[in-house]
Ligand binder design. Structure first.
Ligand code: FAD
Ligand code: NAP
Length: 387
């Protein structure tokens, strides 16, 4: 049996988030030039907020005040103009743009308003908004933000409320919880990769990841609530079911929660962790913890894939293929396979590697391997939490 019971009654939710204090943060990728991934610890003390391994935390972020200043400059506003924000609360527009409005990705409502106001000078954008130009619109929007569109039409006059009214509410971001209450009572840990890239001559940063990594400080209240991990659940500790966890990058987060929980509950079944990142020396998140789990038997195997330590890419699916014979044995023992992390590239590649090893070591045709995986899915033995 897999524990699918939802977390405790949702005392905290979108309308009533918990203000959890940021208690500790640590850069996990020290010495790595290519990426920044952070470990955050939120203090839940006395809140009564509960969660299970596999749950996620929804976080209400704040926008970058520097970006807000650029937008206000482009709108020719001071920031003190009072507006009603998307939640119906009156406040200065600067505060509304920092706390309540989505101010980065332009949507159709925003572009339509821009076209309406700019008239003949925005015919290119007007064309992109026609139904048969979907791909061209996506191409135009890639890496382009609201501030870029405003700067393209500097002479437009915007009423403060008119501008706020076309913006969506600033939405929550979800993060897989990286700790277990059984091991860290009253805490909730996250593993967050900073989204950062350059486009159209500007450095862009993801709203929530940069708020946590750059602007939130220790003691900053983080408004948040739990979202249950639909089916991403451990077997009961007394069940002798092996588990295989595939979690490259931030995909490792729920597996840290799993392993903390399994250690605390003295879970019986075998456990195998596949982790992948770019460099072994600077990106091996939580390596000491995995070592201690290997020592005390919480983990049986850890297999790593370092993608940029050599000329050719080595990814978790290559390690899955390399260990196909052993994995097939685990699958035949009834192992549950969990996959977490990048949905677009990693998850389909891991899926293919799984099919291939089943075909090879199970001596099955492509169709039979697909049927085997489908049966695993039906039996809840193939579980994915990908984003
Ligand atoms: C169930 C679930 C669990 C998750 N768990 C985790 C987790 O444990 N850790 C974690 O780090 N994340 C996790 N995520 C992802 C997380 O929710 C956020 O999406 C992520 O942190 C980015 O949010 P942001 O606000 O920083 O960036 P946003 O402001 O939302 O910006 C992200 C957007 O920027 C754009 N973008 C990104 N890169 C580029 C580029 N190179 N060029 C042009 N545009 C680009 C894309 O449109 C992208 O959608 C999870 C998501 C889900 C759904
Ligand atoms: N859709 C995209 O294009 C894209 C790109 C980057 C990040 N992201 C998103 O950014 C967020 C954070 O990412 P992250 O830092 O957790 O990790 P990540 O960018 O997924 O990287 C973790 C590791 O996975 C490797 N990887 C890249 N492609 C892979 C594939 N097809 N199969 C298996 N492994 C692969 C990476 O190698 P290399 O980087 O060396 O190739 C790296 O070693 C996630 O939300 C992720 O979905 C998306």
């Amino acid at each position: 049996m897999i524990t699918d019971t939802p977390s405790s009654a949702p005392v905290f939710n979108r309308k009533n988030p918990l203000l959890a204090k940021l208690a500790r943060r640590q850069l996990l990728t020290v010495g790595c030039e290519e990426k920044e991934t952070w470990h955050f610890e939120l203090e839940l003390l006395g809140s009564g907020m509960e969660f299970l391994p596999g749950d996620s935390l929804a976080v209400f972020p704040q926008n970058d005040p520097d970006l807000v200043a650029d937008i206000l400059g482009a709108l020719h506003l001071t920031g003190d103009e009072v507006v009603t924000d998307p939640n119906g609360v009156e406040m200065p527009i600067r505060q509304a743009l920092i706390e309540s409005c989505s101010i980065t990705a332009p949507d159709k409502k925003f572009l339509n308003k821009l076209v309406e106001k700019a008239g003949d000078t925005a015919t290119d954008i007007a064309r992109l908004l026609q139904p048969d130009h979907k791909d061209a619109l996506t191409h135009f929007l890639w890496g382009r933000e609201i501030v870029d569109c405003l700067l393209q039409f500097p002479s437009l006059v915007w009423e403060p409320q008119e501008f706020v009214d076309i913006l969506k509410k600033l939405n929550v971001r979800l993060y897989s919880i990286a700790s277990s209450l059984a091991a860290n009572p009253d805490q909730c840990h996250l593993t967050v990769a900073l989204v950062q890239y350059e486009s159209h001559g500007r450095l862009r940063q993801g709203v929530c990841s940069s708020w946590l990594a750059r602007r939130a400080e220790e003691e900053t209240p983080v408004p948040c609530f739990i979202t249950p991990g639909k089916g991403f659940r451990l077997p009961e500790p007394d069940e002798d079911v092996p588990i295989i966890m595939v979690g490259p990058g931030t995909g490792i987060a729920p597996f840290r929660a799993f392993l903390q929980h399994r250690q605390a509950t003295k879970a019986k079944g075998k456990a195998w962790l596949f982790f992948g990142e770019i460099h072994s020396d600077s990106c091996y998140f939580y390596a000491d913890e995995w070592d201690s789990y290997l020592e005390d038997g919480t983990l049986d195997r850890v297999t790593t894939a370092w993608s940029r330590d050599q000329a050719e890419k080595i990814y978790v699916q290559h390690k899955i293929t390399e260990n196909g014979a052993d994995l097939w044995e685990w699958l035949e023992e009834g192992a549950i396979v969990y996959v977490c992390g990048d949905a677009e590239r990693m998850a389909p590649d891991v899926d293919k590697a799984l099919h291939d090893l089943i075909a090879k070591y199970g001596e099955k045709s492509t169709e039979e391997a697909a049927a085997y995986v489908e049966q695993m899915r039906k039996d809840k033995r193939y579980r994915r939490d990908v984003y």
